[in-house]
Design a protein around this ligand. Structure first.
Ligand code: NAI
Length: 246
């Protein structure tokens, strides 16, 4: 088991990539904090992890709410005494071309996808510093490297997340904390349900592998980066996109 005894927080863990990551971490011996806004989804994922013999606890946390994050971090510290890994995975889309994007759409995506990452990292950094070890993994995207039609807000957030990652790698490396970002291409999760079938087909055709990723294929990368196998990987921005952009 590659994460034996590690205390790991996964945000947005009730669905998609976060769910697959939480479940995989549980199978690899981690103590998993399943954090999301979706209470029913949290219960289902905690149930799945514990049914497979793993350890998990759920917290209803909106990553825009610092008080909820602080309460979760305090609860985890009280229960398990430490925090080894934070996967900043929670994210949404609210797409529109620039001329049609509302301020509300812009602010909502920035608040969750960018400031939410900052809020959660800030809430654990002192604990990781005190431990002299920790891993922060941030969900960026292929869109965080190249931009995308209709995603002014999402691209800004995902580019920003890469900026966080490189900054934290420089600031926190000497404290034993590694920070890395993952840039998935197109992954078959509920987030894509908002896109027309035609657009999804067009996406598949653009990928040399001619298919979307499965969430488990991204979870496997988070597992590697969270594990001691990645002990010298810091500040990396890892594309997991089937060769979409070469
Ligand atoms: P998803 O929609 O399946 O899951 C996202 C989860 O985040 C949901 O459970 C949702 O309830 C939760 N969430 C939303 N707002 C939240 C908030 N304010 N606080 C806490 N939890 C919140 O999405 P998916 O596809 O699994 O995406 C996960 C991450 O991966 C996101 O950051 C997304 O931007 C990124 N990503 C996804 C890609 C894809 O093609 N699916 C591609 C590249 C990146």
């Amino acid at each position: 088991m590659r994460l034996s005894g590690k205390v790991t927080i996964v945000t947005g863990a009730a669905s998609g990539i976060g769910e697959a990551t939480a479940v995989r971490f549980g199978k690899e011996g981690a103590r998993v904090v399943v954090c999301d806004v979706n209470a029913a989804g949290i219960d289902a994922v905690v149930g799945e992890i514990t049914a497979a013999g793993g350890e998990a606890v759920g917290y209803v946390v909106n990553v825009t709410d610092k008080a909820q994050i602080a309460a979760m971090v305090a609860g985890v510290k009280a229960q398990w005494g430490r925090i080894d890994v934070l996967v900043n995975n929670a994210g949404i889309v609210a797409d529109a071309q620039l001329s049609k994007m509302t301020d509300e759409q812009f602010d909502r995506v920035i608040d969750i996808n960018l400031k939410g990452v900052y809020n959660c990292a800030k809430a654990v950094v002192d604990i990781m510093t005190e431990q002299g070890s920790g891993v922060i993994l941030n969900a960026s995207s292929v869109v965080g490297l190249y931009g995308n039609f209709g995603q002014t807000n999402y691209a800004a957030a995902k580019f920003g997340v890469i900026g966080f990652t490189k900054t934290w790698a420089k600031e926190l490396g000497k404290k034993g904390i590694r920070s890395n970002a993952v840039c998935p291409g197109f992954v078959a999760t509920p987030i894509l349900q908002q896109m027309p079938e035609k657009v999804i087909q067009a996406m598949e055709e653009r990928v040399p592998m001619r298919r979307l990723a499965q969430p488990e294929e991204i979870a496997a990368v988070y597992l590697f980066l969270a594990s001691d196998d990645a002990s010298y990987i810091n500040g990396a921005v890892l594309s997991v996109d089937g060769g979409l952009v070469i």
